[in-house]
Design a protein around this ligand. Structure first.
Ligand code: SF4
Length: 242
């Protein structure tokens, strides 16, 4: 039997609302009911731009004009309610990327890759995650970088409490056979960044916590509704909660 795959998105969907999790991952109704959203389109446009930018060599070979041209090519306008709303987001993205290029030109780290899916066999399930960027510092330390396009500030507590970051660190530690690595959240709007480091003990603890969450999900058969998460939910029309 194929092992179930768990990504941070899948676990976070369950934590937000078990019934929504059932609609998406058990009944597989996402493609039928999911509506495009501006924040998804905007985040996707920025992620695809930065992927293309780093694949082409980053600030070493690409000018800020190259980056903005890649942005134009990667832009997706799905989900915006008006041309005005789309233009506002597009211009905000141009500004973020210009600042990103400026700060990248000053950094002294090597970007190993961007936008890569990693997986780890956890025994009874597969842990997966799509990582935005992996950097290597001069001393060899690896650093996972996770872009956020909506927020303006971030603290170390935010990074250490972020489930996706923990999963990404577990996956990279497994892939590169390292016992200690950094991880950062990078706010594209403000260039704010916060970084933490997890050692072998902290990674083992996170692995136990993640597996505990996965086991709780696998054991659930009731998939309770969470009314606090209903606003803007794509499944409102078919949910028994409505
Ligand atoms: S409508 Fe509310 S209870 Fe139903 S799936 Fe969506 S968030 Fe959960």
């Amino acid at each position: 039997m194929r092992k179930p795959q768990f990504s941070p998105t899948r676990i976070l969907t369950y934590l937000a609302c078990p019934r929504k999790y059932r609609f998406v991952y058990v009944d597989r109704l996402g493609a039928r009911y999911r509506q495009p959203r501006p924040y998804f389109s905007f985040g996707s446009s920025l992620h695809r731009t930065l992927e293309a930018f780093h694949q082409a060599g980053g600030t070493e070979t690409q000018s800020v004009e190259d980056l903005l041209e890649q942005y134009r090519d990667c832009w997706t306008g799905a989900g915006y309610k008006s041309q005005e709303e789309e233009t506002r987001h597009y211009e905000a993205g141009r500004q973020m990327l210009s600042q990103y290029w400026d700060s990248g030109a000053q950094e002294e780290v090597e970007t190993l890759w961007t936008e890569r899916m990693l997986r780890k066999d956890m025994g009874h399930y597969i842990l997966t995650g799509r990582i935005d960027r992996l950097d290597r510092h001069g001393d060899g330390t690896l650093e996972v970088v996770d872009y956020k396009s909506g927020r303006l500030s971030v603290s170390e507590e935010d990074v250490s409490g972020d489930l996706a970051i923990a999963v990404y660190q577990l996956l990279v530690a497994h892939e590169y056979r390292v016992g200690c690595l950094k991880a950062s959240i990078y706010c594209l709007r403000s260039q704010a960044k916060a970084t933490i480091e997890r050692d072998e003990t902290a990674l083992a603890q996170m692995e136990n916590e993640v597996t505990g969450m996965v086991d709780a999900i696998l054991a659930d058969t009731a998939y309770a509704c969470n009314p606090a998460a209903c606003e803007d939910c794509d499944f409102l029309r078919i949910c028994p909660r409505r």
